[in-house]
Design a protein around this ligand. Structure first.
Ligand code: ATP
Ligand code: MG
Length: 304
C-alpha cells in the first residue's frame, strides 16, 4: 500500500527535489538472500531496489498534493523501465488513472505519436465536452479524422491536451508516465511540456530519461508547483542483487569469484550482466579478465 512502508527501513523520503545538490543513497543491504521482498505490494521480480520503490511509492502518494513530477535518470540497461513499470502498476492498483507512452528511437519523427498513445484509452465523454476546435484537433492527432496532421495547430493540440488532463485529474488522481523521454517526437514533447507547466490538481508525471556521455543535460521539464520536481538516479545493483537477477533469469547460481567478475565487468548494470552470461554461457569467467566495465560495454551493440 502506498505510504505503508516496512518499519525496519528508513522512512525519510528517498526522492529529493531536483534543484538540491543532495547525493542519492545507494542500495544499502536491503536485498535479502532468500529473495524475500519487504515492500508489501510491489512485484517480487524487481530485485534490490527497495529504496527506489519506496521513493516511487512516496512520489505516488505525493500526487494527492500535486502536481508533481518524478524524473528517473540512468544509463542504458540500468533498470529504469523496470522501476517505471512498477510505478505504473502501483498507481493502477491504487485506482489512479494512468496514461502512458513508451516512445522508441525509430518513432522520433512521427508527429504526435506519443500523444495518441497517451490518449489511447481516453473516455470519450471527456473528449466530447471539449470545445469543438480542441476536440477536432485531438481527433486528428488520434487519427480519427481525415484531416492531415500538418493542418493541426500545435498550440491547439497542446491546449486540448491540457484540458483533457485537467478534466481527468479533477475526477481522480492521474499518473502520466513516459518511458524514454529522450525519444519523444518533438510535437508530443511540446504538448506534454505545455500541459505539465499549467495543469493543477492531483497529477503526477513519471518520466524516465536515458543518460549517455553526450546528453548529461536534464530535459527542461516543469510542473505548476515550483518544488514539485523530484529526481531519482537509478544506480548500479549490488553484487547480491546481480546474483539474484541471474539466478531468477537463468535458474542457476554461479561461484562467488565468477559473480564478482560479472559484477565488476557489468559495473552493476543488470542488462550487461545478463548479456555477459547469455553470450558467454558456462564459459563465463574462463576468458581473460576484463579490466573495466567500459570494456564490457564495448561488446554490447545496444550500447554503441
Ligand atoms: N531490479 C531489477 N530486478 C530484476 N531485473 C532487472 C532489474 N533491473 C533491471 N532488470 C533487468 O535488466 C534488463 C534491463 O532493464 P531495463 O530495461 O529496466 O533497463 P533500462 O534502464 O530501461 O534500459 P534502456 O535504457 O535500454 O531502456 C531487463 O532485462 C530487466 O528485466
Ligand atoms: Mg528502458
Amino acid at each position: 500500500m502506498i505510504g505503508r512502508f516496512p518499519s525496519s527501513v528508513d522512512r525519510r523520503p528517498f526522492v529529493q527535489p531536483s534543484h538540491r545538490a543532495i547525493p542519492y543513497p545507494r542500495i544499502q543491504g536491503s536485498w535479502t538472500v532468500d529473495g524475500a521482498y519487504p515492500f508489501p505490494t510491489m512485484s517480487i521480480s524487481v530485485v534490490g531496489r527497495q529504496t527506489e520503490l519506496q521513493g516511487i511509492g512516496t512520489f505516488l502518494e505525493s500526487i494527492n498534493g500535486g502536481p508533481r513530477a518524478l524524473m528517473l535518470y540512468g544509463e542504458a540497461g540500468i533498470g529504469k523501465t523496470t522501476l517505471w513499470q512498477e510505478g505504473t502498476a502501483e498507481a493502477r492498483r491504487h485506482g489512479y488513472a494512468v496514461l502512458l507512452c513508451r516512445p522508441a528511437q525509430s518513432e522520433v519523427q512521427l508527429s504526435y505519436s506519443s500523444i495518441a498513445d497517451l490518449l489511447a484509452d481516453l473516455d470519450e465523454a471527456v473528449l466530447s465536452r471539449l470545445p469543438t476546435p480542441q476536440r477536432e484537433a485531438l481527433e486528428v492527432v488520434r487519427l480519427r479524422s481525415q484531416k492531415p496532421h500538418a493542418t493541426v495547430d500545435r498550440r491547439l493540440v497542446a491546449t486540448a491536451f491540457l484540458a483533457v488532463l485537467q478534466r481527468l485529474c479533477d475526477r481522480t488522481p492521474v499518473l502520466l508516465a513516459v518511458d524514454d523521454f529522450q525519444w519523444l517526437d518533438r510535437t508530443s514533447a511540446q504538448a506534454i511540456e505545455f500541459a505539465a507547466r499549467r495543469v493543477t490538481g492531483k497529477i503526477g508525471f513519471m518520466i524516465s530519461f536515458r543518460t549517455t556521455a553526450r546528453n548529461l543535460d536534464e530535459p527542461a521539464f516543469r510542473v505548476a508547483s515550483p518544488d514539485g520536481i523530484y529526481r531519482l538516479d537509478v544506480g548500479p545493483l549490488s553484487l547480491a542483487a546481480i546474483h539474484h537477477v541471474l539466478r531468477e533469469r537463468f535458474g542457476r547460481t554461479y561461484p562467488h569469484p565468477i559473480l564478482v567478475r560479472i559484477h565488476e565487468a557489468s559495473a552493476g548494470n543488470p542488462f550487461l550482466a545478463l548479456e555477459l552470461v547469455r553470450v558467454h554461457g558456462s564459459g563465463i569467467g574462463l576468458g581473460p579478465r576484463r579490466s573495466s566495465a567500459t570494456n564490457c560495454r564495448g561488446d554490447c551493440s545496444r550500447f554503441a
